[in-house]
Design a protein around this ligand. Sequence first.
Ligand SMILES: CC(C)(COP(=O)(O)OP(=O)(O)OC[C@H]1O[C@@H](n2cnc3c(N)ncnc32)[C@H](O)[C@@H]1OP(=O)(O)O)[C@@H](O)C(=O)NCCC(=O)NCCS
Length: 185
Amino acid sequence: MKHTGTINISTERLQLRRFYKEDADDCFNNWMVDEEVYEFLSASPKDRKYIEEWLSCADEVYAKNDTYYWAIVEKESGKTVGEIFVNDYSEKNRVAELWWTVGSHFKSKGYATEAAKAIVSHLFNEVGFHRVWAKCVDGNIGSERVMQKCGMEKEGIMREYFYDDKTGEYKDLVVYSVINQTHRG
Ligand SMILES: CC(C)(COP(=O)(O)OP(=O)(O)OC[C@H]1O[C@@H](n2cnc3c(N)ncnc32)[C@H](O)[C@@H]1OP(=O)(O)O)[C@@H](O)C(=O)NCCC(=O)NCCS
């Protein structure tokens, strides 16, 4: 594979780029404190201190050429409205797991899909990944729609894989993936 790290990617309505310390206000105002964002996640809303500490490590993290962690920036307003990143990857198998978040004030505009399509294309065509996949809790319809709209196919469910400590229940995870067709034949 040919690692590129988190290079700038421009789409019709979005700029995908690395995070900077200056994103703290937007992270705070637009999504990281947003209760709705955490409905299907085990994580909880963050506070200002957490966000600033997290961003203070950015230079170190982005110095690695295999960090794939983009801020989703709305071109029209210049606001950072979410994130899209490779959660985990295997060099040997050329498999990457993608994860995305868009603040609830900016949802259902197609932003996560637009970002996911661009990142899948980058990971396939520029980096050389063979398989990109994503998972979400069954019932997270918005995320499942993003998976479908960015070309992923449903593989199945991981039964009761996720313990939801907010409700005290085990929940199924839905798994989707897309294969790099240029690696065929
Ligand atoms: C999931 C998430 C990333 C979607 O972002 P987004 O920018 O709104 O996504 P898009 O607009 O590209 O597509 C979402 C689609 O799901 C639909 N949708 C969203 N919530 C829905 C719901 N509760 N019921 C039915 N449809 C829903 C939207 O209407 C849209 O539909 P469309 O395909 O007809 O246009 C965003 O809602 C989010 O960050 N959620 C919380 C964090 C999270 O769950 N991340 C995923 C972890 S796997």
